[in-house]
Design a protein around this ligand. Sequence first.
Ligand SMILES: Nc1nc2c(c(=O)[nH]1)N[C@H]1C(S)=C(S)[C@@H](COP(=O)(O)OP(=O)(O)OC[C@H]3O[C@@H](n4cnc5c(=O)[nH]c(N)nc54)[C@H](O)[C@@H]3O)O[C@H]1N2
Ligand SMILES: Nc1nc2c(c(=O)[nH]1)N[C@H]1C(S)=C(S)[C@@H](COP(=O)(O)OP(=O)(O)OC[C@H]3O[C@@H](n4cnc5c(=O)[nH]c(N)nc54)[C@H](O)[C@@H]3O)O[C@H]1N2
Ligand code: SF4
Ligand SMILES: [Mo]
Length: 710
Amino acid sequence: MGDIKKSFCRICINQCALNVEVENNRVINVTGDLENPLYQGYSCIKGRAQPNYLYHPERLLHSLKRMPNGTFKKIPIDVAMDEIAQQIGDICDASGPDAIASYAGTMLWGSFTSSMPLLHVLMDTIDSSMRFDTDTLDKGGKLVAAGLHGEWMAPACGFDNPEVMLLIGINPILTFTGLPAGNPGGWLKQRKKQGMKLVVIDPRKTHVAKKANLHLRGKAGTDVDILACFIRIILHEELFDQCFVKENISGIDKLRLHVESFDPTSVSKTTGIPKTDLIDAARMLVGKKRGYIMAGTGPHMSAQGTLTEYLILALQSLCGYWLRTGDHVRAAPTLMPANKYKAQAKSPDPNWCSGEPLGVNGHRKTKAGLPITALPDLMLSKDNKRVRAMICIGGNPIAAIPDYDRTVSALKALDLYVQIDPWMSRSSELADYIIAPTMPLEVAAATRALDFLTSWTGYGLGVSYAQYSAAIVPPPKGSDLIDDWKFLYGLATRLGYESQNGDLPIPEGCSTEQLLEIISTDSRVSFSTVKNSTGGATYPDSAAIVSKKDPNCSAKLDVGNPNMMRDLQNHHENGPNKESDDDNFPLRLLCRRDMHVYNSSCNIKKTNRGKFYNPAYMNPLDMETRELISGDQIVITSAHGFVNAIVEADTDLLSGNISIVFAYGPSSKNTKDIREVGTNPNKLMNCDTVFDRYTGQPRMSNLPVDVYKN
Ligand SMILES: Nc1nc2c(c(=O)[nH]1)N[C@H]1C(S)=C(S)[C@@H](COP(=O)(O)OP(=O)(O)OC[C@H]3O[C@@H](n4cnc5c(=O)[nH]c(N)nc54)[C@H](O)[C@@H]3O)O[C@H]1N2
Ligand SMILES: Nc1nc2c(c(=O)[nH]1)N[C@H]1C(S)=C(S)[C@@H](COP(=O)(O)OP(=O)(O)OC[C@H]3O[C@@H](n4cnc5c(=O)[nH]c(N)nc54)[C@H](O)[C@@H]3O)O[C@H]1N2
Ligand code: SF4
Ligand SMILES: [Mo]
């Protein structure tokens, strides 16, 4: 029996509290912490498998440099930083700072509090604006829609005892996105016991759909139709919150006009959802004091993210699901500064779209950031806008960005590609330098990222909560690893950053723990308080009460934005599933996620129990007509490409669809058996035909495909 140390998991945004058993400076076991007030012992297989990642024979324990003959050689971290900084400086001098891009991937969230500020420090130091992250492949439309609709200066009702909940293309029991951090299934069960009604829109009978009072199981890509139909019903039947709307909302006449064509009879035909279910669902949403509406990746990956989110905000505003004067904000930030909340609107942001056109498909920077799908084109560009270097932290562009071949060519065209990654991923393989970082239990951290997420997305925490964790174990003996932020800082200082003059005063020899304290200087609860409460605690903010509207405030939330109304009109005229008429591709490929992997991470024997591939799930009826049985090898074809896969029956999937997890597939070098490496669905997709015109997010779900036996 080793020592038990308290920590928290940083693999996903749930950040479960953990008990970590340590013997001889090595982690030997990880379990959920039963004493923690929020998680009460909850954890998942990915978090508990951490000893297997830390001591995995394939983990990189030294940074690597690509040699001219293509092989990798160990390089001491200081030498790597010297060489990389020199090359960045040279590229900046020759081609300007925007020739250097940064790519912040999902695993940056593991060290978000320390790494994100230092990534900005580095990019500020060289003055590059080319900062990309994966939000524009995820749910970037949320931010654009909020810019167009305007924001309420207090949170949405969220997890604060909602009486009704509408979940659209999201499966939080498995993805830990969309229900409060903790034990999502347990929370849902309890809320339902207390009478909460749950409506789910998803073509698949997901974990969360199985718990729904009403599951609207229609065609993918029809969320806009369904939401417009709900709004029409609510407006026709005058079921909206009349007082709230009169006082705080503009544009309702325009909205009324544009949803008129989405009547329940025609929307039922478009979506395949019974008309009565559409009407029942709309009526379920209204007349309650508190409601919560959340969309996940489903509608965003069907390339309708911005319009879907805009209609959600309109619906939320019509129902008045925003906290009001006197309401208590239960998830006020802990490790960030306290907020002032007011029961009033902030007008739409005229800067929702900014910056010069990037020269790729009309893309520009929006409130969701730079469209990441433009990045490969910028790398392949022949003009002076070419991106020549990229620093990627915690991301896997080859796995993530649709159009695999283009991404591979783009990464190969770089003059300098630096990948911070503990693994030789399919992207790492193409890097010039792979920087080997410490992994979560080897580095100090605090849950500030949870506060950030809560204030930004509306999901995250349901109550004010924080935890600090010291480094639990040192890095393995003989390794040469660096904390992610220290690498970024090392480059920044070599390129001229002087911390005493910068925004972030970093003393000589600063430890990660010290940096966390510096970053949290103005937090509502002091860093030392959180640090001293090992194991995590809740920190309710009794002062976080929504105050009343300023007497001179005339701002309103806009539910009739002209861009959105035009898009709604186009959607009505062209139909959501235009290409489904294409006889060559009668099936629709849908996105989905698996419990035991986190995008391209965590796929080891301990979690996958020997199943290293991602099956292509199909409804048994569709399999029967194609004479397929589970385990058969198939070819999936699309207008863009084809991939091999292993088929598996899934009665939960609506007939006409095929659904598959992403971020699997062979590397550029190996051609191993599909059962060993899985399928990369991004080979079936491109970024230039169907995409969200604001975020650039391409169609990654609801993709027309067909299937043949191989
Ligand atoms: N077809 C299709 N494409 C998709 C999606 C989809 O559903 N379908 N999903 C999209 C979405 S939502 C997202 S967010 C993106 C994800 O896009 P990315 O973030 O680019 O992809 P990940 O696979 O999450 O990359 C994580 C990387 O971090 C590395 N890593 C693991 N542990 C650590 C660590 O401790 N430290 C560091 N520094 N690195 C670590 C992993 O080895 C991996 O290379 O993909 C998008 N692309
Ligand atoms: N265990 C685990 N957790 C994860 C991840 C992981 O890989 N594994 N990845 C993390 C990341 S990066 C993200 S972004 C989140 C994603 O979290 P979620 O958004 O919850 O992702 P999914 O579980 O794929 O849920 C998307 C759902 O949308 C449905 N869908 C597909 N197309 C449509 C459509 O057009 N309309 C509607 N209404 N539904 C549609 C699919 O059937 C699927 O059930 O999960 C995060 N958490
Ligand atoms: S990966 Fe699992 S254990 Fe880790 S935070 Fe997420 S849900 Fe919790
Ligand atoms: Mo994501």
